[in-house]
Design a protein around this ligand. Structure first.
Ligand SMILES: [Zn+2]
Ligand SMILES: [Zn+2]
Length: 308
């Protein structure tokens, strides 16, 4: 009898964990850079390139974790049909049953990473996109280089790796939003035990601000339905529920929904909140904003107090 048979849910939970750990590593570097320039990226070029040089090891580790996460998510899809489809070795090579007649699943050799997409497309109801297959192959080759050699030519950028993680989440966890997976991960982490709930809201808003600065327009549109060309506003939910809102110089991460001149709601991809707003000109002379919080106390462009 085979014992310890993993389930699709277990593979998925572990896969999501690995992607989050990879993301944590990349974000840590970006947050350090963000903070060193007090909420902007006004760091000088020479200093920044030194930071990235020393960050390569962290980024390489994040790449390994990303690959591991992706592999587990592909296995999860296959295990939905049957975990036994993951077994690759001939029965002749299986471990001998013990006296209790049990062989643990993790003692049996499973499919190699490179064979997972083929098995996935053969047995599941899903079809991997060509973009995903290309990205997975590159990820796998880079994983091999990072694991087996010390290549001086291999350089990663944070934005590249963030996009790889978002691409995996988009393809294999399409029914889940990445920021909600981040929220669950943060809630179960050490920081959550050390800080109050509003700290997680702050971290999520900070990640959204950083992503908006780091990612190109097509990626923000594809993964967050956020158009960088549109005028963006402060999210009232994030602003009121985050500790240290003063930390941000510009935290406009919400867009009018629908995108019309009379629209009276803003949507934020960090907290997934659709908030009612009032359309009225801000009373601060130097601000052209005309979107205020529902109670008309704050401007969602400059966050200026309207009651003064
Ligand atoms: Zn928000
Ligand atoms: Zn204003």
């Amino acid at each position: 009898m085979i014992s310890d048979i993993p389930t699709a849910t277990e593979f998925e939970e572990h896969g999501v964990d690995y992607l989050n750990l990879a993301w944590d590593g990349i974000m840590k570097i970006l947050v350090d850079l963000f903070e060193s320039s007090e909420g902007g990226y006004a760091i000088d070029g020479q200093h920044e390139s030194k930071v990235w040089e020393s960050a390569q090891r962290t980024l390489s580790t994040s790449l390994l974790l990303t690959h591991q996460g992706c592999e587990l998510l592909l296995k999860s899809r296959i295990a939905e049909i049957s975990p036994f489809l993951l077994i690759s070795s001939n029965i002749r090579n299986w471990p001998k049953p013990t006296k209790t007649n049990a062989v643990s699943f993790d003692e049996i050799r499973t499919l190699d990473a490179q064979d997972l997409p083929k098995m996935h497309d053969l047995v599941t109801k899903y079809q991997l996109s060509d973009d995903f297959k290309t990205s997975y192959n590159t990820l796998r080759k880079n994983r091999n280089k990072v694991s087996h050699t010390v290549s001086k030519n291999l350089r990663f950028t944070a934005a590249e790796l963030l996009k790889v993680i978002l691409g995996i989440s988009h393809e294999l966890l399409a029914n889940k939003k990445w920021f909600r997976l981040r929220e669950s991960h943060l809630a179960s982490g050490v920081d959550a035990a050390l800080h109050s709930n509003d700290y997680d809201s702050f971290v999520l808003a900070r990640e959204a601000v950083i992503l908006k600065a780091e990612l190109d327009r097509p990626s923000m549109l594809k993964y967050f339905d956020f158009d960088k060309k549109r005028r963006a506003y402060i999210c009232p939910v994030c602003a009121y529920s985050s500790s240290d809102w003063d930390y941000f110089e510009d935290a406009t991460i919400a867009l009018l929904k629908p995108n019309t001149s009379k629209s009276n709601k803003v949507y934020c991809f960090a907290c997934d909140g659709l908030s009612p707003v009032i359309r009225k000109a801000c009373n601060h002379d130097d601000c052209k904003g005309n979107v205020l919080t529902e109670d008309a106390e704050r401007c969602l462009t400059c966050f200026g107090d309207q009651t003064e």
